[in-house]
Design a protein around this ligand. Sequence first.
Ligand code: 5GP
Length: 190
Amino acid sequence: MKLLEERIRKDGRVLGQDVLKVDTFLNHQIDPELLSAIGEEFARLFAGKNIDKILTVESSGIAPAVFTGLALHVPVVFARKNKSLTLPDDVWIADVYSFTKQTTNHIMIDHRFLKAGENVLLIDDFLANGQAIEGLLAITQQADAQVVGVGIVIEKTFQKGRQILDDRGIQVESLARIQSFESGQVQFLS
Ligand code: 5GP
């Protein structure tokens, strides 16, 4: 997606070897016009998939997921993160190791918001090592729901998330695919 690549080139900041900071437009301050275009693009890519709802993880997946839900006219559910040892009843739950925070969280979705047989689209801001999406996959499996695809705003192709999802035969659509951060510069996969 050209508009997104241009924005990453202009405003993205590379931190260390493998982290891209996009807090000026995606996950702290949010540019609604860009996010609206992102939602429309996911809706186009997953058209005709009979999607019942969109799942994401709080907090940075919520903005792209909501704009996609708006474009597809379906509800959006975000998995909540929970660090406490006491867990509520009636939730689907998975453990997710956070790439950027280097901590493990439970993520959970109330049984009321994910039912057997529902067709779900998973959306997230980044695909790195695939832990967040694997957590959502585990939750959909527990609920007996079907994953019809995964939409990622920014994929880092040099990390292992894409391989994990390809091995499972899941349709993954990434709007920007980054090949490397050589010399602190973002190189997109051409
Ligand atoms: P994964 O679970 O695929 O390893 O990482 C995905 C999650 O980690 C995303 O939900 C995102 O919040 C965070 N993340 C991974 N890589 C980056 C990055 O380069 N920049 C930012 N801002 N977040 C990232």
